[in-house]
Design a binder for this molecule. Structure first.
Ligand SMILES: *[C@@H]1O[C@H](CO)[C@@H](O)[C@H](O)[C@H]1NC(C)=O
Ligand SMILES: *[C@@H]1O[C@H](CO)[C@@H](O)[C@H](O)[C@H]1NC(C)=O
Ligand SMILES: *[C@@H]1O[C@H](CO)[C@@H](O)[C@H](O)[C@H]1NC(C)=O
Ligand SMILES: *[C@@H]1O[C@H](CO)[C@@H](O)[C@H](O)[C@H]1NC(C)=O
Ligand SMILES: *[C@@H]1O[C@H](CO)[C@@H](O)[C@H](O)[C@H]1NC(C)=O
Ligand SMILES: *[C@@H]1O[C@H](CO)[C@@H](O)[C@H](O)[C@H]1NC(C)=O
Ligand SMILES: *[C@@H]1O[C@H](CO)[C@@H](O)[C@H](O)[C@H]1NC(C)=O
Ligand SMILES: *[C@@H]1O[C@H](CO)[C@@H](O)[C@H](O)[C@H]1NC(C)=O
Ligand SMILES: *[C@@H]1O[C@H](CO)[C@@H](O)[C@H](O)[C@H]1NC(C)=O
Ligand SMILES: *[C@@H]1O[C@H](CO)[C@@H](O)[C@H](O)[C@H]1NC(C)=O
Ligand SMILES: *[C@@H]1O[C@H](CO)[C@@H](O)[C@H](O)[C@H]1NC(C)=O
Ligand SMILES: *[C@@H]1O[C@H](CO)[C@@H](O)[C@H](O)[C@H]1NC(C)=O
Length: 590
């Protein structure tokens, strides 16, 4: 479902045919990075996202294979010398979701409001680190295979055009654009197969910009990143160990995963548990008939759990993808059907206007595409990647994620799992069981303690042992940095320092047997005070003090003028809701 705003903007442009397509960028600088990966890029002008002229930003492509061109967007650290600052990568999940979701809705230097102008995010993670957003794998976001002019017909199918002229008959759909040619064999179709593309992209970037990767490297992600991060980072350790000539040894220190999707066996069951009163918002609207059917779809013979076990034992693409379809429609989807609520934030009825998605229209303007050197139109999710992964049932596979987390910990890499507790799609009850299964040294004996932050408000709890931690964040949907920006930034800073997450006062890297001493379970309950029982207006603004929408939207207060002291300043955009099947991506396989 496109927002009214987007339709209006498209209508304005409908007159000029050629303007609907993205011309090939002509002003990119080419450099050979490490491992022979070539990178093309440009400096992004101030005001396109970062508003401070003293903070540089670059974007471009890493050409990792003939038909795989990976888009990245880099921002210098704001408050330290960027040539000695650590480097952090952020990716969204999906599979198929663009990392522009994280950049504009969550933790990048800016958000975009309904005036289609960027506004400053004072809680940007670039306040603490150099940060690199990567659209991966190929065809996600601005990443492309082969750019072609085309349009989507009324059933959503891509039709290629012979040239960059939008014919009369296609104008009505409003979808004339430059798309990636759907070469399904030129995108990976499993988590394990996507790892080398990430490694190559990093080699390309680090070779072109050695000044930004002199210090520690951290990998941050969300959602389907629960698959990507453990596997990709274990692969980085393996590549490091090979001492490949011409390749860079990546100094991996931290892996942070928000509302991650790791193990379908645990996490499909967690949908049911979360819906059946396991959530802490005191909301359980289902009658006995619905409950019995839901229970049977999960536990009944031959149903979701059995099918997922069959996927595990056979490893068959057909079995895994059928299992995932079954579990999605019979175990995940009943929540949507019977509660009418947003899978990414149970406090809101669907459609939920948070986080804000005005940035999608912004990224489809010629000015912005030219400024960042983009070579295709922007979409939040690649259907090429989601079908490729769908064909192997990757979502229903555990993909070695638990073992990979153990491997990272054994190598001295910090692993942090954090979960916004109003999220259903990758909910914290499942995450908590995943954390137990990872079984980091000493974790079984650690307990939950409050996380203290500079605003003296308790935003959640942490259970930590050594460099492993599990966090539950209160009053937060799937995209934690949108809902709890102050806590998210302070937690990120503590993780970068490898200090204790609860206070930031103890240096955990020097105190390997550090453990939180607290309750065995996290018992705080929000209750229904922030549950919305009416659909929230599409122009609403989110108030992080109230953990609720503003009574009157504050957009007109002049987003650009708001100062850091005004905590309501950080506004963000929501992912589109109209997809046929949800992905854990920005919003799960979103
Ligand atoms: C880079 O290319 C050179 C020359 O073609 C080759 O010898 C070398 O093995 C390549 N290095 C990597 C890491 O691919
Ligand atoms: C982030 O950095 C900017 C620029 O230095 C600063 O104005 C802002 O106060 C910082 N934000 C926080 C939350 O400290
Ligand atoms: C572009 O293709 C259309 C058919 O869709 C054709 O009618 C038109 O002449 C072509 N224009 C150019 C400039 O080649
Ligand atoms: C890689 O280099 C390290 C340190 O120089 C060395 O200990 C290790 O044996 C090397 N590994 C391989 C596979 O050559
Ligand atoms: C239970 O809820 C479902 C879905 O709202 C409804 O269709 C059904 O009639 C209800 N059954 C009973 C016995 O109330
Ligand atoms: C599922 O239903 C069965 C049979 O009614 C019941 O024994 C079991 O406790 C239910 N499981 C859960 C987790 O609710
Ligand atoms: C694609 O990008 C072009 C150029 O920026 C823009 O004019 C057009 O509206 C975009 N198309 C869509 C469907 O967003
Ligand atoms: C997945 O990709 C591999 C490598 O390109 C290919 O051989 C395989 O057939 C693909 N699997 C499916 C189910 O499409
Ligand atoms: C967790 O690890 C400990 C050793 O650190 C081991 O004794 C224990 O059996 C493991 N527990 C599980 C459930 O794997
Ligand atoms: C932890 O925070 C809760 C509020 O969420 C508060 O009631 C409780 O007293 C705090 N516990 C400690 C030990 O400070
Ligand atoms: C919210 O919870 C309170 C008590 O916990 C209950 O009385 C009230 O009916 C609930 N409100 C709604 C709208 O469900
Ligand atoms: C928000 O939209 C409502 C209608 O849904 C409208 O009445 C209101 O004026 C709008 N508010 C702002 C600040 O744009």
């Amino acid at each position: 479902m496109k927002s009214a705003y987007k339709l209006a903007a498209t209508a304005l442009l409908a007159g000029s045919a050629c303007a609907q397509f993205v011309p090939a960028p002509t002003d990119l600088i080419e450099k050979l990075g490490f491992a022979n990966v070539s990178v093309r890029y440009k400096e992004v002008p101030t005001g396109i996202c970062e508003l401070d002229p003293n903070v540089k930003s670059y974007s471009g492509y890493a050409d990792i294979e003939k038909d795989q061109h990976i888009f990245w967007w880099f921002f210098e650290a704001r408050n330290q010398d960027p040539t000695t600052a650590p480097l952090t990568v952020w990716i969204n999940g999906g599979p198929g979701s663009s990392s522009m979701i994280g950049l504009f809705q969550e933790l990048g230097p800016c958000g975009v409001g309904p005036d289609l102008k960027p506004f400053n995010n004072p809680y940007s993670w670039s306040n603490a680190s150099n940060i690199l957003f990567i659209d991966q794998p190929s065809t996600v976001g601005f990443s492309y295979s082969v750019p072609i002019p085309g349009y989507k017909d009324n059933s959503g199918h891509l039709v290629q055009l012979p040239n960059a002229t939008c014919p009369e008959y296609a104008q009505g759909f409003g979808t004339c654009a430059t798309y990636s040619k759907p070469l399904i064999q030129s995108v990976p179709n499993k988590t394990e197969d996507a790892a080398s593309g990430m490694w190559k992209t990093l080699q390309g970037f680090m070779g072109a910009f050695p000044q930004y990767s002199r210090n520690g490297f951290s990998f941050t992600t969300e959602s389907y990143g629960g698959h990507y991060a453990p596997v990709f980072n274990a692969y980085i350790l393996d590549q490091n160990a090979k001492n490949i000539s011409g390749a860079h040894h990546i100094n991996l220190e931290n892996v942070l995963i928000g509302n991650g999707w790791f193990d379908p066996l645990i996490q499909y069951e967690a949908y049911y548990k979360f819906a059946m009163g396991g959530n802490t918002y005191d909301y359980m609207p289902y009658n006995d008939t619905v409950i019995a059917e839901w229970n049977n779809s999960l536990y009944g013979a031959g149903n979701c759990l059995d099918r997922t076990l069959d996927c595990r034992s056979t490893g068959s693409n057909a079995v895994c993808s059928a299992a995932d379809d079954f579990c999605y429609s019979k175990v995940e989807y009943p929540y949507d059907l019977y509660s009418g609520r947003d899978e990414y934030d149970m406090r809101y009825l669907a459609p939920n206007p948070f986080p804000y998605s005005y940035y999608v229209t912004y990224l489809n303007t010629p000015e912005v595409q030219q400024a960042i050197g983009a070579y295709q139109n922007f979409s939040e999710s690649s259907s090429i990647v989601s079908s490729a992964f769908g064909n192997t049932g990757d979502d229903d596979r555990e993909s070695g994620t638990i073992e990979a987390c153990r491997k990272l910990l054994d190598a001295g890499v910090q692993v942090m799992l954090y979960y916004g507790d109003a999220d259903y799609i990758c909910n914290w009850l499942g995450g908590q069981e995943v954390a137990t299964l990872i079984n980091a040294t000493g974790y079984a004996e650690a307990g939950f303690v409050n996380i203290s932050t500079s605003d003296h408000k308790v935003h959640g709890q942490v259970r930590q042992s050594g460099l492993f931690s599990f966090l539950r964040i209160y009053e937060s949907g799937h995209e934690v940095p949108f809902y709890q920006p102050l806590a998210a930034l302070e937690i990120f800073e503590r993780a970068l320092n490898q200090s204790d997450i609860a206070t930031g006062q103890i240096c955990v890297k020097d105190e390997a047997d550090y453990k939180t001493v607290g309750t065995p379970t996290s018992d705080y309950r929000e209750g229904n005070a922030t549950m919305q029982f009416k659909i929230t207006p599409s122009n609403a603004t989110y108030n992080v003090e109230l953990d609720a929408p503003d009574a009157v939207p504050t957009w007109s207060a002049g987003i650009g003028k708001r100062g850091v002291k005004e905590k309501r300043e950080f506004k963000q955009a929501r992912s589109f809701l109209g997809r046929p099947r949800k992905s854990k991506g920005g919003k799960r396989p979103a």
